[in-house]
Design a protein around this ligand. Structure first.
Ligand code: TYM
Length: 329
């Protein structure tokens, strides 16, 4: 099957992005955009975001914040189509069609759905949450994407996407490539306050570091990070998480701390101070670019429109092909 190597990924506009979003996913988005010969589609998945309780009056700001984070992280609108998911309505139509191929049993087994179902009051467990992975599959398949840069918590959703591609191809003829996940090194960043859970925007503020966090706040958040939950003589998950982050942003200083950890002489306060300094340096250029972009909102909204035009062309063509193959009049 002849396909253009394409990349698609998305992030929910549920607030400012954090270190986990960047180190787990966004960093790879930027890298893949600069890799020849990919064509990249990156979207702000607002339709996914409304499966959780949210404030309508804050929604537009959240979308804008996410766009700023994308651009400040290095996404280049000249190279990648950057757009808002709900602006390309074909995603939703394809989702409906894919729903007819998605076995209930498979959706019920999705870990994220099961986790959210456990965490939420029964009335907040809506059908959108259940169908969330099918919309994600439609986001990917509508561009016939071959590679999807995500964090490892999304691998199960990717597997479902591959399954739906296979089912469609089998039933209606070869149409979709089976997309592959692209993980970053150190793909999962954990919460600072509860290192058994992943860093998450829906958690308390002190559990994550946003990409535009001020150096003082980085320092105070890291100071309070949990580091002592491991068995005696072992590096606990909290300290390991800090070393993972350091390993990505300043690998040269990791061996020293690892050696000290082995010898049992490591002082976690030193590790935290050092990581806070390196993080502030690492995120400094990001903060500056973000502040500059925030002062030009029209430019940002305009480029989301341009991204939409680019994306819609491909999405429309795929949907026509899909409906033809499915026998629609
Ligand atoms: P979201 O917004 O929850 O997460 C966006 C991306 O950030 C990654 N991520 C992390 N990586 C490492 N450590 C963490 N603590 C961490 N927290 C989040 C996620 O793996 C993800 O890559 N369902 C998707 C959104 C989506 C999507 C798509 C992705 C909708 N349609 C199509 C790819 C393709 C999600 O988890 O969003």
């Amino acid at each position: 099957m002849k396909t253009t190597p394409r990349v698609l990924s998305g992030i929910q506009p549920t607030g400012k992005l954090h270190l986990g979003n960047y180190l787990g996913a966004l960093k790879n988005w930027v890298a893949m955009q600069d890799e020849f010969p990919h064509e990249c589609y990156y979207c702000i998945v607002d339709l996914h975001a409304v499966t959780a309780p949210y404030k309508p009056e804050q929604f537009k700001q959240n979308v804008f914040d996410t766009a700023l984070d994308f651009l400040a992280a290095g996404l280049n609108p000249e190279k990648s189509a950057i757009f808002i998911q709900s602006h390309v309505t074909e995603h939703v139509e394809l989702m409906w069609l894919l729903n007819t191929l998605a076995p209930l049993g498979l959706l019920e087994r999705m870990t994220q759905f099961k986790d959210k179902k456990k965490q939420r009051q029964a009335e907040a467990v809506n059908a959108g949450l259940f169908n969330y992975p099918v919309l994600m599959a439609a986001d990917i398949l509508i561009y016939k994407a071959t590679a999807v840069p995500v964090g490892d918590d999304q691998l199960q959703h990717l597997e479902l996407t591959r399954e739906l591609a296979r089912k469609f191809n089998h039933a209606f003829g070869e149409t979709f490539p089976e997309p592959e996940a692209r993980l970053t090194k150190g793909a999962r960043i954990m919460s600072l306050t509860n290192p058994d859970n992943k860093m998450s925007k829906s958690d308390v503020e002190k559990s994550y570091v946003t990409l535009d966090e001020e150096p003082d706040r980085i320092k105070s958040k890291l100071k309070k990070a949990v580091t002592d939950t491991g068995a005696a003589g072992e590096t606990g998950p909290g300290a390991r998480n800090l070393l993972t982050i350091l390993g990505v942003i300043h690998p040269a200083s990791v061996p020293d701390f690892e050696k000290q950890a082995k010898q049992g002489t490591i002082r976690y306060s030193d590790l935290k101070t050092h990581l806070a300094e390196k993080l502030a340096e690492y995120l400094g250029p990001f903060r500056a670019r973000r502040a500059e972009l925030a002062s030009k909102p029209k430019e940002v909204w305009d480029l989301l429109d341009t991204g939409k035009e680019k994306a819609a062309k491909i999405a429309q063509a795929t949907l026509v092909e899909v409906k033809e193959k499915m026998g629609f009049v």
